[in-house]
Design a protein around this ligand. Sequence first.
Ligand SMILES: [Zn+2]
Length: 276
Amino acid sequence: MSVPILTYHANNINGNDYQSNDHVALQADLQLIHRLGWQVITMNQLMAWHRGEAEDDAVHQAVVLTCDDGTWFDYYDVDHPFHGPQKGFLTLLQEHRQNTGQVAHMTNFVIVSPAARTILDEKCLIGQGWWTDEWWQPAQQSGLMSIANHSWDHNHGVLDNQNHNDDSFRCINDRAACDQQIKQAQNHLQQLLGEREGGAYFAYPYGNFSDYLRHEYLPKLGPEIGLQAAFTTVAEAVTRDHDRWELPRFVCNNDWQHVDQLAALLATIQRPIGLT
Ligand SMILES: [Zn+2]
């Protein structure tokens, strides 16, 4: 038994077709998932199964949805200056529920540092103040989204950062750097949002990591700072054999580029019981 985690980037708006716009892709993918009779489960449900606390039936033909980086495009409907009106991911999840009755929950991994988001908004987004955090609480309260940890500042290349090293997270490789990137972010999220369901997860920026972070820091200190699992971008479905600090995810418009490719991907993962 295995369960694919599907990852989107709401910031990915470079046009208005599937391959240039993750909002178009998510909408089409949700329709496909429903049409095929698959279900969307929460990260908590996946992890309960991963720990052996739920039967295989609970994750039969199931996917988990995640979204990385966390901007207004996750939550608000925004009039994009170059590509026109865009529905926020939350709106797409709400419309999907209205149209199909299917609840599709998403875990939103956000960049936590306010100062870093201000700079990223100017240098990497459109400089409209769309990388703020006032939507985190209502997103959480919507019941369709959980806000989770995508590090303090993504160790992003545009930031004046002592650990900056060509858009990689591999140089976060000692206690001080890990505390700064992960513990600080986790504490900030807990202060802002309180202890809550779905807040115990970390997604590695760029999908990569140092040996120290993966094999020492998270296994030893992760639970202490409120984390239960960490996620990469290795294109595999999650099995119980995967270590909880290195759980794989498929990335939209990287590991699949068309709704038919997602259908093919799902077909290889779990065949319906009783069919050969
Ligand atoms: Zn990221």
